[in-house]
Design a protein around this ligand. Sequence first.
Ligand SMILES: NC(=O)c1ccc[n+]([C@@H]2O[C@H](COP(=O)([O-])OP(=O)(O)OC[C@H]3O[C@@H](n4cnc5c(N)ncnc54)[C@H](OP(=O)(O)O)[C@@H]3O)[C@@H](O)[C@H]2O)c1
Length: 386
Amino acid sequence: MSGTLRISTQCSSLYLVEDRWGQAKKVLIYNSEPLSDIPNKQVCSSYSLCYEQKIKSLMTSNKMKAIIATGYGSPDVLKFTETSKPTPKENEVLVKIVTSAATTADTMMRTGKPYFARLILGIKKPKHGIPGTGFSGVVEGVGKQVTNFKPGDRVFGETTLGFSANAEYLTISEKGVILHMPDNMDFSEAASFCDGHLTSFNFLREIGKVKAGDKVLINGASGALGTSAVQIAKHLGAKVTAVCSGKNIGLIMSLGADEVLNYQRVDFTQSDEKYDCIYDTVGKSSFGQCKKILSRDGVYLSPVLSFPLLINMLFSAFTNKKAKFQATGMYADDILRTMLDEVVEIYKSGKLKTIIDRQFPLEKLAEAHRYIDSGHKKGNVIIVNA
Ligand SMILES: NC(=O)c1ccc[n+]([C@@H]2O[C@H](COP(=O)([O-])OP(=O)(O)OC[C@H]3O[C@@H](n4cnc5c(N)ncnc54)[C@H](OP(=O)(O)O)[C@@H]3O)[C@@H](O)[C@H]2O)c1
């Protein structure tokens, strides 16, 4: 493979080159100094010279595999296809994705419901064709202004309104929600970390202000948010009552719940107990039903957006007992990143397990969504790239 390789664009480790037939190729140079060694920075006289400069990988295509959402609707709108591989801007990191998350929030965005969410997502079809927000992978290239990441780094994070995670590659600003993966974290845990752990940390610690000694009830304890919430509430020093079905009681006890109620047998809203915080992760109850089992200044939290909940939020602003909702992904990136840093510290201390349910290959994302739509997943669903 000989021929002149002309360097046409550059970031610190990824070069777009043309061979002597004018065909574009991407070349990865892991060491950033070689270019300064090349006599003429624009022209690399032969492929072998580039090779000497520690080129580790030659990619012959700038295409990647990805899922595209062709519209709003059933999982059938999710098509496996080939599309252009993104190129990092000067402040961006190019990540080769190892695993991405498929979440209940993703399935809601796929349907475009509630309809008012389309004001943000896109009126007729998703503005961002590639779905998915949670990712983990390996940095493949960085823009020249990037200082925190380098090729080969194991990273994970959340693209929030940038989506694009259910693909082979994504680009993300180094100031986005992206962190280095702790050594003891695997790619599957990392891809789903933000959906469950970051969201539940935000709800319990930031919004619910849960503190040591509080009595907290978590409904939907076996979901992605619920399995995290049980552990985070315990970490915050709360006494935790978790609500799930009979088949999941063992799992939820193993996560540290003090008491578990089987929703198939008891209606927790009829309890004689009073709770300082009720976190209904699956939105199956209402503030009205829960008010009587909230303590005097108790708070009702739900991550599931509904019109009645918004009304409850408005009116409860003037009463002791409050109803609260927050779209965690709408926070500014630096706020999310700082919060994520804190949650990673809990993880590192060994107090946060990530429950992984089924794993699907990228091309089967529609099947993963069908499974999530059943409403009975346990923890997190992961999409694995080949
Ligand atoms: N606002 C935000 O920032 C934010 C962020 C992320 C996600 N979300 C939203 O949060 C919600 C929860 O997501 P998730 O992924 O944690 O949920 P999920 O995993 O899809 O929830 C499924 C779990 O809910 C349990 N469940 C079903 N019916 C139940 C009932 N009547 N009572 C108690 N548990 C029941 C199921 O257990 P069984 O199989 O035993 O029935 C299953 O384990 C979604 O609506 C998502 O869109 C919001």
